[in-house]
Design a protein around this ligand. Structure first.
Ligand code: FAS
Ligand code: PHB
Length: 389
C-alpha cells in the first residue's frame, strides 16, 4: 500500500486530518486499533471552541453541528453557594458550542465514507519506520496478515497510549507532567439539563460540573478521590453528592434519572516536546493531555490539526515546507496557553486533599477578582472560548 499521509488513530484528530487533506487532494490512510462502533461508543468532550466550530465547517462536517449543537454565550462558576456569570460574548465577543465529541466523530466518519476514505479498523502491531528519511513507512497487522504502508508523512493521532509518541527517541523527547490527586466521576442521563448554561462548582465537598448534550441528555461530573472505583457509586449516591455541591436553587432544578453512562477519568496535565521528529507529526492526545476542567482536550486536538493540515497542504500545493518545519513550534505555543488555563482552572475550582486554609483563601480571592474585574473575565473568556490559531 502507498499513500501521501499515513494517519495513526481514527479518533477526532485523525479523522479530521484525513477529511481536510482529502478535500485538498492529498491521499491518506487511517489506521485505527478499535472497531468503528467502539470509537463511536466513547463519551468524552462536550464543548467546542469557536475555532473548532469554524474548522469543522471548513472541513464540510459542520451542518448537523449547526443544526443540533447548542450555542452558549456564557458559563457560571460557583464558590460554595455564590453563583458568578462569565458572559463570554460580552467579555470577548465569542461563544462556544455544546456538541458532543461522539457526534463530531460520527459526522467525520459519515463525511469520510462519502469521500471513499481508507480507514482500516482493528489494526494491530502498528510500528513506524525510517522516520528521519524521506520515505517513511508503517507496518501493521490487519485481517490476519502483515501489511506495509509506504508514505511521505506520518501523523501520530493515536492518543495518549498510542505508539507514535514513543517512536520519537527518548533522548529526543522532553515530557512535562502533572498528575492531580483526584478524578472526575461522569454520568450521562436522559434528563433535561438543570440550567441552560454550564456551571463549574467549587464546593467544600469537592468540584462539580453541570453540562449537557441536548434538551434531553445531561452530562454531570463530580470530583472523586483517585481510590474510588465506578462500582463504588450507585446512581442515587451520585445524585445526592452532585446536589449537595450545587447552590440550592440549582440543585432544586436537577432532574435525576438512571445513568446511561458512568465512568471515572483521571486528571493529568502532560506535554511532549517536540511534537514532530523527521516525517512524524504528533497531534492531539498523542502529544498532550489536559484536565477536562477547561474543556480543552478535543479543542487542542483540532488546533493541532489546523496547523498540520495547513502545513501539509502548503507542501503539496506549492512545495513550501516552511510551515511543516515549524508545525511543532506553532502547535506548542497554543498548547501551552491552553495547558496553563486548564491547570489554573483546575487549581481554582477543586478542593485538593492537602489544601491549606491559605490555599482556600487564594481560591476565594481569585474568584472575587473574576467577579469584580471585567478585565479578569475577559482574559478567562478569551481562552475558554478559544484563542486564535
Ligand atoms: P483519541 O484518544 O480520541 O483517539 C486516538 C485513537 O487512536 C483512538 O481511537 C485509539 O483507539 C487509536 N489508537 C490508539 N493506539 C493505536 C495504535 N497503536 N494503532 C492504531 N490506533 C490506535 N476533553 C474535553 O475537552 N472534555 C472532556 O470532558 C473530556 N473528557 C474525557 C474523558 C476521557 C475518559 C478521556 C480519555 C478523554 C477526555 N477528554 C475530554 C479528552 C478527549 O476528548 C481527547 O482530547 C480527544 O479524544 C483527543 O482526540 P484524539 O487526539 O483524536 O485522541
Ligand atoms: C462535557 O460536557 O463533557 C464537559 C463540558 C465542559 C468541560 C468538561 C466536560 O469543561
Amino acid at each position: 500500500m502507498k499513500t501521501d499521509v499515513a494517519i495513526i488513530g481514527g479518533g477526532p484528530a485523525g479523522l479530521l486530518l484525513s477529511q481536510l487533506l482529502m478535500r485538498a487532494g492529498i491521499s491518506t490512510v487511517v489506521l485505527e486499533r478499535q472497531t468503528r462502533s467502539h470509537v463511536l461508543s466513547r463519551i468524552r468532550a462536550g464543548v467546542l471552541e469557536a475555532g473548532t466550530v469554524q474548522l469543522l465547517q471548513d472541513a464540510g462536517v459542520g451542518e448537523r453541528m449547526l443544526r443540533e449543537g447548542i450555542p452558549h454565550d456564557s458559563c457560571y462558576l460557583t464558590s460554595d453557594d455564590t453563583l458568578m456569570k462569565i458572559d463570554l460574548m460580552e467579555a470577548c465577543g465569542k461563544q462556544v458550542m455544546v456538541y458532543g465529541q461522539t457526534e463530531v466523530t460520527r459526522d467525520l466518519y459519515e463525511a469520510q465514507d462519502a469521500m471513499g476514505a481508507t480507514i482500516l479498523h482493528e489494526v494491530s502491531d502498528v510500528a513506524l519506520h525510517d522516520l528521519t528519511g524521506d520515505a517513511p513507512f508503517v507496518t501493521f497487522r490487519h485481517d490476519g496478515a502483515d501489511q506495509r504502508l509506504d508514505c511521505s508523512y506520518i501523523a501520530g493521532c493515536d492518543g495518549f497510549h498510542g505508539v507514535s509518541r514513543p517512536s520519537i527517541p527518548a533522548s529526543v523527547r522532553q515530557e512535562f507532567e502533572k498528575v492531580y490527586p483526584f478524578g472526575w466521576l461522569g454520568v450521562l442521563s436522559r434528563t433535561p439539563p438543570a440550567t441552560p448554561e454550564l456551571i463549574y462548582a467549587n464546593h467544600a465537598r469537592g468540584f462539580a460540573l453541570t453540562s449537557m448534550r441536548n434538551a434531553m441528555l445531561s452530562r454531570y461530573y463530580i470530583q472523586v478521590p483517585l481510590t474510588d472505583r465506578v462500582e463504588d457509586w450507585t446512581d442515587d449516591a451520585f445524585w445526592a453528592e452532585l446536589l449537595a455541591r450545587l447552590p440550592p436553587d440549582v440543585a432544586a432544578s436537577i432532574v435525576t434519572g438512571p445513568s446511561i453512562e458512568k465512568s471515572i477519568a483521571p486528571l493529568r496535565s502532560f506535554v511532549c516536546e517536540p511534537m514532530q521528529w523527521g516525517r512524524l507529526f504528533l497531534c492531539g492526545d498523542a502529544a498532550h493531555i489536559v484536565p477536562p476542567t477547561g474543556a480543552k482536550g478535543l479543542n487542542l486536538a483540532v488546533s493541532d490539526i489546523f496547523y498540520l493540515s495547513r502545513a501539509l497542504i502548503a507542501q503539496y500545493s506549492d512545495g513550501n515546507d516552511d510551515l511543516l518545519a515549524r508545525y511543532g513550534q506553532d502547535a506548542l505555543a497554543r498548547v501551552w496557553q491552553a495547558m496553563r488555563f486548564s491547570w489554573s482552572l483546575t487549581k481554582l475550582m477543586h478542593r485538593f486533599p492537602d489544601q491549606t486554609d491559605f490555599d482556600r483563601r487564594m481560591q476565594v480571592a481569585e474568584l472575587a477578582q473574576l467577579a469584580a474585574s471585567s478585565d479578569a473575565r475577559r482574559l478567562f473568556s478569551q481562552v475558554y472560548a478559544g484563542l486564535p490559531y
